[in-house]
Design a protein around this ligand. Structure first.
Ligand SMILES: Nc1ncnc2c1ncn2[C@@H]1O[C@H](COP(=O)(O)OP(=O)(O)O)[C@@H](O)[C@H]1O
Ligand SMILES: CC(=O)N[C@@H](CCC(=O)OP(=O)(O)O)C(=O)O
Length: 298
């Protein structure tokens, strides 16, 4: 007769013990999680994501979710017959597009994420940058290469904004009361207009302003890939500039890496671009020695 425990159960206990130093290190810390529109869509992954967020809260970490929804805005614009163009990864946004972007982001997607977190046992509160003066936006000007003249020209992107001031008071109040804030990337300008903000940029500004220790960007690739498609596990500003200059980093990855560099320079300990297609990608990154994705550090 032996008292040896079931190896599968033992492995579970070992996983919990492996998490112990991380649980101790991160108790009370703020983690900002950017959930990209491309990472949404699969109901099981949505449930996993919500469970991860609720688990973080349960172990004493304060998660703040900032979400995107680019593909979903695109689908709605198409249904409504509104044309849409991107310049430098940003959607050219006229007044009608801004209204539709707000409807999809702050109305539809935001409340869906709140529901998933609720179903996983968490108490989420969905807001946008407009609520309680969280984010003040300023109009940005896009730049587009003009191959005919060999120069970059300025393009009017309409109501595309960037965060120029973040007042995180509402986020701290919600976290203190054990709520999980879920933020849509829409904000008011000082001019009273509604601005559409790239969700990576919005999340980075919130990570900096809340003094977050960790900033995760969940997307639909393994992380930043090199020209051969291999994962780059570690990047700093100099390497990122070189990869942008030689065209390895392009499109939607540009705002991500720029946001990560900015966030770590503003005091966020580490920013990680993670594969949202992997179940529980965030938990694996935070609580095990097998980190995944691309870590951007100062
Ligand atoms: N070097 C690179 N490594 C990985 N992905 C890249 C790279 N350069 C460009 N990309 C593109 O960036 C995309 C991620 O950005 P984006 O589509 O905006 O995602 P999200 O909706 O999650 O914000 C990838 O799917 C890929 O097509
Ligand atoms: C100005 C601008 O481009 N805003 C984005 C906001 C949503 C977003 O960034 O969503 P993802 O993270 O899923 O790409 C847009 O209109 O698509």
């Amino acid at each position: 007769m032996t008292n040896a425990p079931d190896p599968a159960l033992l492995a579970k206990a070992e996983t919990l013990v492996e998490a112990l130093p991380y649980l101790q290190r991160y108790a009370g810390a703020t983690f900002v999680v950017k959930y990209g529109g491309h990472a949404m869509g699969d109901p099981e992954l949505q449930r996993d994501f919500a469970e991860d967020v609720v688990l973080l809260k349960a172990v004493g970490i304060n998660p703040i979710v900032v979400h995107g929804g680019g593909p979903q805005i695109g689908a709605m614009l198409k249904r409504l017959g509104v044309e849409s163009n991107f310049v430098g990864g940003l959607r050219v946004t006229d007044a009608e597009t801004a209204r539709i972007a707000e409807m999809v982001l702050a109305g539809s997607i935001n409340k869906e994420i709140v529901s998933w977190i609720g179903a996983a046992g968490g108490r989420a509160v969905g807001i946008s940058g407009k609520d309680a003066g969280l984010v003040t936006a300023e109009k940005v000007t896009g730049r587009e290469a003009d191959p005919l003249q060999g120069i970059e020209r300025h393009v009017d992107l309409g109501f595309v904004g960037e965060p120029v001031a973040v007042n995180p008071a509402i986020l701290h109040s919600l976290a203190e009361k054990d709520f999980i804030p879920v933020v849509a990337p829409i904000a008011l300008g000082a001019d009273g207009h509604t601005y559409n903000i790239n969700a990576d940029t919005m999340a980075g500004a919130i990570a900096s302003a809340t003094g977050a220790s960790r900033f995760f960007l969940l997307t639909d690739v393994a992380g930043v890939l090199d020209k051969q498609g291999e994962l780059l596990t570690d990047l700093d500003r100099a390497r990122i500039e070189a990869l942008k200059a030689d065209g390895t980093i392009k499109g939607g990855m540009i705002p991500k890496v720029e946001t990560c560099v900015h966030a770590v320079e503003q005091g966020v300990d580490a920013a990680v671009i993670l594969d949202g297609r992997i179940p529980h990608a965030m938990l694996l990154e935070i609580f095990t020695r097998r980190g995944a994705g691309t870590l951007v550090h100062a």
